[in-house]
Design a protein around this ligand. Structure first.
Ligand code: 4NP
Length: 157
């Protein structure tokens, strides 16, 4: 099983949105038996909570299921369990890098590195901007490209 973990700061806005969108695409592609998705935050303020109202609203608008998603904090075991760890911005990337050891073999990237025209860019934090529609567009494109990348790399498509 290939496992993908999305990481943001609070795990209530961007990374659960990415989790729901990628899972939806995986189901549509018939790859649910091959790829699993989860998400986590670098902070612990919202542990146990469902996604933010803005994330839930935009996912509902696109008929993407987010049931059962609850916030959790990233832990060092994640770096052994997941092959792909995908950060939403450069600050998350810096926080995630604190967990690196010589045994870290997973691929760690920012989501928008998979979108050529946005390479190196952060997914803006809608907790502060309030713009969940903009984030949906970016995360959706990132997930589309990420799935194509993983599919090709793991010989699934
Ligand atoms: P997220 O957004 O990292 O996309 O989930 C945030 C959610 C909560 C907070 C910050 C960012 N907070 O400070 O509580």
């Amino acid at each position: 099983m290939i496992k993908v973990l999305f990481v943001c700061l609070g795990n209530i806005c961007r990374s659960p949105m990415a989790e729901a969108i990628l899972r939806h695409k995986i189901n549509e592609a018939g790859l649910a038996d091959n790829i699993q998705v989860d998400s986590a935050g670098t902070g612990d303020w919202h542990v146990g909570q469902p996604p933010h109202k803005g994330t839930r609203q935009i996912l509902k608008q696109y008929r993407i299921d987010d049931s059962g998603i609850r916030a959790r904090q990233i832990r060092k075991e994640d770096f052994n369990e997941f092959q792909y760890i995908i950060a939403m911005d450069s600050s998350n990337m810096k926080n995630v890098s604190k967990f690196f050891t010589n045994d870290t073999h997973c691929e760690i990237k920012m989501l928008l590195d998979f979108v050529p025209k946005h390479k190196g860019s952060d997914v803006p934090d809608p907790y502060y901007t309030g713009n969940f529609a903009e984030v949906y567009e970016l995360v959706n494109e990132g997930c589309e490209r990420l799935l194509a990348y993983i599919g090709e790399k793991e010989n699934l498509i």
